[in-house]
Design a binder for this molecule. Structure first.
Ligand code: ZN
Ligand code: ZN
Length: 237
């Protein structure tokens, strides 16, 4: 069996386990108290590191929610970023469990967090594509799982084809921040005409924003009028 199929069966098996788990009264993922049908109990949900006032373009915290100096001086290709949390404990742990341990039920939790951060209707949702190689290795794309959950909850159309990663780039995490923009240049292609569409790009964590900026540039070249990033968490410098 190829790796790709192995990954797919693994994903199907995990989804079934997750569905079974959801049907039963749950224990909070963080404090183990009874949490009904939710993965995280209400008290822990409230205590998560919600992002407060922030620059509306890049979601980095600013004193009164004004635009940050960097976005004023060098506006990125995207127009706005909605981020639910700062990428800090315990959100980092939950996202890690979702992404690398295949806890697919957390996709729903990620979608709820993004919706709670206050989003507006868009023409369509697009998940940030993974390279084919990385998708094969992991068996699935975490951004696509979150996008699917948001589409189901909001009924915003999810664009599934025609947008791809054409160049596998070294993992951004391995690079110093200034080199990340260069690393992702030309990484994406869009074969759909997005004439005048407003697009929300879904991803799990926004780190420097270099990858999302390059993706927004690609979408605007394909005709998108406005591009927002909807992410679960924002890494703070
Ligand atoms: Zn709890
Ligand atoms: Zn900014």
């Amino acid at each position: 069996m190829s790796n790709f199929l192995a990954g797919t069966f693994d994903t199907v098996r995990k989804s079934a386990l997750d569905a079974a788990r959801r049907a039963l009264p749950q224990r909070c993922e963080l404090c183990a108290s009874a949490s009904g049908a939710c993965i995280i109990c209400k008290d822990c949900w409230r205590a998560l590191p919600w992002l407060g006032r922030a620059c509306s373009i890049c979601a980095l915290p600013t004193a009164a929610g004004e635009l940050c100096g960097q976005c004023l001086a060098h506006p990125p290709a995207f127009d706005a970023t909605i981020a639910a949390f700062a990428y800090a404990f315990p959100v980092d742990r939950l996202i890690h469990a979702f992404k690398y341990q295949g806890r697919l039920s957390l996709a729903d939790w990620c979608a709820d967090a993004i919706l709670a951060a206050g989003i507006q209707a868009q023409s369509c949702l697009i998940a940030l594509p993974l390279s084919e190689q990385r998708q094969r290795e992991r068996g699935w794309n975490q951004a696509a799982e979150i996008a699917r959950a948001i589409a189901a909850k909001t009924r915003i159309a999810l664009l599934k084809a025609g947008v791809r990663r054409v160049r596998a780039t070294p993992p951004q995490a391995a690079l110093p921040w200034p080199e990340r923009a260069r690393n992702v240049r030309g990484a994406f292609a869009c074969d759909v005409a997005l004439d005048g569409a407003t697009v929300a790009v879904i991803d799990d964590v926004m780190t420097t924003g270099a990858t999302l900026a390059e993706f927004a540039r690609t979408l605007k070249a394909a005709g998108a009028a406005r591009v927002e990033n909807w992410v679960v968490a924002r890494t703070l410098p």
